[in-house]
Design a protein around this ligand. Sequence first.
Ligand code: RIB
Length: 336
Amino acid sequence: MAPSMKDVAERAGVSVGTVSNVLNRPDRVAEATKAQVLAAISELGFVRNSSAAQLRAGTSRSLGLIVLDLANPFFHDVARGVEDVAEDAGYAVVLCNSDEQAHRENRYLQVLEEQRVRGVLITPVEVGSERLDALRRRGTPTVLVDRHDPNVNCCSVAVDDVAGGQLAGACLLDRNEHRRIAYVTGPLKIRQCADRLNGLRLAAKEAGLDPDEAITVVEMPALNARTGYEAASRLFRDGTDITAAFCANDLLALGVLRAAVSTGRQVPDDIALLGYDDIDFAADAAVPLSSVRQPRRQIGRAAAQLLIEECDNPITHAHQQIMFRPELVTRESTGG
Ligand code: RIB
């Protein structure tokens, strides 16, 4: 059984209150007494239970961050941005991965509330999470990350994914004059995936095309390289008439690239390829990947700044919705 503060007090020959003072108000304890207590702590291997102290004080110096997919480098960079700001403000970050599953997200929301984190940053799996709304109602500040939902009463930081889809469409339809494009995506219930498709459809209309004719949508159960490979293999096997593929993120695009290379297709000559996020691997791909870049670390920083501002100033805080604009990065995979 883990040693308690009472065990430390007995070993050092002082009261439990003196042990508490050494841990919380060391300036109030004589040096000799402090040394006795620290020696007892070391000998017993005592570790303070900060969550108990936080529960009593009703405060915590921890923030929860729930991301959709920890295997996606996009969220690594977002998390680094959150850490940049949290560390400077004296907060620790508890990182959770929902793996794009609502039941995992709900479990983490419960654990974070039980741990009394000061606030929660989250990229929700779906819009309108009842547990997330309840967390807010019970007084835990939350910020939506990489998500914009005008119906919720909280801060949010997102990227204009409709504009991102339009950038992708302009790259493929205007500059490179493709007329048959595949849109390879994850579940369209994920707001980012739907918005990127909407932007691509707008670009097709602006190019004078019928979006239903020009765009073949391939919706996969997840956004990773394996599902990208499977989607492209299906398109190639079915002989789908496409000369370009726009993917909802770079991982899908890397999977499409692998399928193209393994079937002897040349990128971009046989199929042009465009991703989204511009993760570090995009530039280093076998055929350097064109991508719609998201300001990943800035998204994390901005979200953490909004949350900490709300935690530290609950009375004067006013919610903000920050929307970044993506930018197009062209490389060899679109002939750039
Ligand atoms: O989580 C799926 C995608 O949505 C990520 O790759 C990133 O683009 C995010 O916006």
